[in-house]
Design a protein around this ligand. Structure first.
Ligand code: C2E
Ligand code: CA
Ligand code: CA
Length: 265
């Protein structure tokens, strides 16, 4: 217990310095539009290049960043960086940024978003904010007001990890999301579990009825992709297409895409 606390404290000390030391980096994972069979954007995923421990995945430090509220300045950095990066991409591509509940609690998120978009000269339509049920669990009028304000600006709001929380369905009713991201646990179980198939069918149907896009997360095989397509899922993301990659590799990918488009034209 003591050792664990010490490890945690050491990580907190390091985390406090990481932003100023420029140790964070964003990786980007492609998202594919299944109706057009084409890339439609990227999700920004945070990485920490620790000077001694090397690359630390987000699940190992984001919970601590959330508890200590360090996620507020870190999350602001992520937003600014992602908007800046997206402004260098072709204008049909959007960027999705994960936002923690703590970022809704602290200060006016809308202002930070407006400023990040303005600094990058990015139109709001190209920015998607991914939130999980934990944001709606805050259950405050202020949270909903912020979400509505952001949406009025033209920023799109996605419900992330759909199906993993306690009451995903009721949250769908509390806010007009633009997109539902079906958690990868359902996609992963597709081949072996008929219940997962039924759930995916129900969620894509729900998306269609509610006028929301649906993204299947964690697609790793052709079979999973085929099933999502056959059920009318509108987007997919996963290792089948690409792992999250650093910026330089994303630029290579976009250059190849431009060459391919020219060849077709
Ligand atoms: P998420 O938002 O659900 O992001 C998707 C995660 O699934 C990413 O993990 C991604 O690498 C992984 N993934 C994508 N395709 C596949 C696949 O085909 N198979 C498998 N097994 N995994 C796949 P990652 O990058 O480790 O991020 C984990 C979580 O950390 C994210 O889950 C998100 O909740 C959080 N996170 C990442 N970046 C940020 C950030 O900037 N801010 C906040 N607040 N949270 C972040
Ligand atoms: Ca996400
Ligand atoms: Ca997710």
């Amino acid at each position: 217990m003591d050792a664990m606390m010490q490890k945690r404290r050491a990580m907190e000390v390091d985390l406090r310095k990481a932003l100023a030391n420029g140790e964070f980096e964003l990786y980007y994972q492609p998202i594919v539009n299944l109706k057009k069979d084409d890339l439609c954007g990227f999700e920004a995923l945070l990485r920490w290049n620790h000077p001694e421990k090397g690359l630390i995945p987000p699940l190992e430090f984001i919970p601590l960043a959330e508890e200590t509220e360090l996620i507020v300045p870190i999350g602001e950095w992520v937003l600014r960086q992602a908007c800046q990066e997206a402004s260098t991409w072709p204008s049909d591509l959007s960027v999705a940024v994960n936002i923690s509940a703590a970022q809704f609690k602290m200060r006016d998120l809308t202002q930070v978003v407006v400023s990040a978009l303005a600094n990058a000269s990015l139109i709001p339509l190209r920015l998607e904010l991914e939130i999980t049920e934990s944001v709606l669990l805050l259950n405050t009028d202020a949270t909903l007001a912020t979400l509505h304000k952001l949406r009025e600006l033209g920023v799109r709001i996605s419900m992330d990890d759909f199906g993993t929380g306690y009451s995903s369905l009721s949250y769908l009713r509390s806010f007009p999301f633009d997109k539902i991201k079906i958690d990868r646990s359902f996609v992963h179980d597709l081949a072996t579990d008929e219940d997962s198939m039924a759930i995916i069918r129900a969620v894509t149907g729900l998306g269609t009825s509610l006028g929301m896009a649906t993204t299947g997360e964690g697609v790793e095989t052709q079979e999973e992709l085929d099933y999502l397509k056959s059920e009318g899922c509108t987007e997919a993301q996963g290792y089948f297409f690409s792992r999250p990659k650093p910026v330089a590799e994303i630029h290579k990918m976009l250059d190849q895409r431009a060459v391919a488009a020219k060849a077709v034209a």
